[in-house]
Design a protein. Structure first.
Lengths: 99, 319
């Protein structure tokens, strides 16, 4: 936990096991950009919150804060009522068109 | 870090007998045994306790749920008791799971829990297979295949009770399901030291190159195996997101993932491995096992559309 702001650190991800040449913050922003691209058909927007959390927003203004990827997928499911599925034709078609 | 070795296997395959044998074979080993049993009253812990006082029964029966609070509490309490010198010192742990348990959830708890991952490390997972009844169990119970595929080594028990033909057919059954597995007889491991001696996974990788043979089987409730080969370098961030989403939704169906990746920022191969919902920490290896240096990922899955999964992987990696 950060002693100054009281924020709990970000949940460690499995992929954190390898060090990247990019700074941590930069990596995080790249990750958020990619997640936003993938989940575009779900009509959501993910932004960084204080460098440790994710802020999930729907087009109707519903919001939620998530810590770590696992929690992020849970919060998205809570807000939209469906689980993100990488095999969902909706996502696959979207990625196919955008590639 | 205290290494933990998990012993799993179908009901009645001889897990407790195996652990008893290991404990009896040598004096002075500093090992603690945790036993997890399905049912109201623990029997196995009583059997082992007569020869080894450092034996504990995990409070609740089934280790199948995703959050294994009992396992966590027991591990933390024995560690605390050891540090306070309330129980004899130990530096290794053996966990016997119930015959019905899904070993992936045990590994996941130890590796991912904030309090456990700093003190404990999974050393390995051995599955005991009953040579006498294995063939029958493989046909009836879907857990059987999951236990074989999650293992780093399979140990055949009761081999003295079967003829050569039955023994060969059970060995073939296991190798067809998982061609790369370390298959041995329980009699080849006779002490705790031998169990913890080596990193079984590493031995296996160097000794066998059959790992990536294209191999498809329709048996075992549609268990299938396939390989994704990718020529271009892979973005670690993207594969992290893809695997995270895939395992979140379909983890139950992905029995095993294993493979080498060629990443953007390094020319050394990265070994990744996973069992159902959980992934082992990625490892850097010094040399490529093949000349072309392409990324190859092997999947063993059940009831999942393979072509769709391959397509999804390619689309995620391309963007």
């Amino acid at each position: 936990m950060c002693g100054l702001c009281g924020l709990i650190g970000e949940e460690a991800e499995w992929s954190d096991g390898l060090h990247s040449s990019l700074p941590k913050r930069r990596n995080r922003l790249r990750r958020i950009l990619f997640i936003n691209h993938v989940i575009k058909p779900y009509r959501l927007n993910i932004t960084d919150f204080q460098g440790v959390n994710y802020l999930v927003e729907t087009l109707t203004g519903k919001q939620s804060i998530a810590n770590g990827l696992n929690n992020l997928w849970d919060e998205i499911e809570k807000l939209t009522g469906r689980q993100i599925d990488v095999l969902d034709p909706l996502i696959l078609n979207h990625l196919e068109l955008s590639n | 870090m205290i290494p933990i070795h998990i012993i799993t296997g179908f009901l009645g395959s001889g897990k407790t007998t195996f652990i008893k044998k290991l404990l009896l074979s040598e004096q002075g080993h500093q090992t603690i045994v945790l036993i997890n049993e399905l049912g109201e009253i623990g029997i196995d812990n009583l059997l082992v306790q007569t020869i080894h006082e450092n034996t504990y029964l995990l409070p609740s029966g089934c280790m199948c749920c995703t959050v294994l609070t009992d396992l966590k509490e027991t591990l933390l309490s024995v560690l605390k008791a050891r540090n306070n010198k309330e129980i004899p010192f130990f530096d290794r742990i053996v966990i016997e799971t119930t015959g019905m348990a899904n070993p992936a959830s045990v590994i996941k708890t130890i590796q991912q829990d904030t309090h456990l991952k700093g003190s404990f490390i999974v050393h390995g997972l051995s599955t005991i297979v009953d040579a006498e009844n294995g063939i029958l169990q493989s046909k009836i119970h879907p857990e059987w295949a999951a236990q074989i595929i999650a293992a780093q080594q399979v140990l055949l028990s009761k081999t003295d009770r079967v003829n050569k033909q039955t023994l060969t057919s059970i060995q073939q059954e296991i190798l067809e399901l998982y061609p790369d597995i370390n298959l041995a007889n329980v009699n080849e491991i006779n002490s705790i030291n031998e169990l913890f001696k080596s990193n079984v996974e590493k031995v296996k990788l160097t000794s066998s190159m059959r790992f990536f043979n294209q191999h498809e089987k329709q048996k075992h409730q549609k268990v299938q195996s396939f390989v994704i080969e990718y020529e271009e370098k892979i973005d670690w961030m993207k594969i992290g997101i893809w695997l995270s989403l895939l395992l979140k939704k379909h983890g139950e169906k992905i029995l095993r993932i294993k493979g080498f990746l060629h990443l953007n920022d390094t020319d050394q191969p990265i070994l990744i491995q996973g069992v159902q919902h959980c992934l082992y920490p990625p490892e850097h290896l010094l040399e490529w096992p093949w000349l072309d240096e392409y990324s190859r990922l092997v999947f063993i899955v059940r009831d999942i559309e393979i072509e769709l999964l391959k397509k999804s992987f390619l689309l995620f990696m391309k963007k």
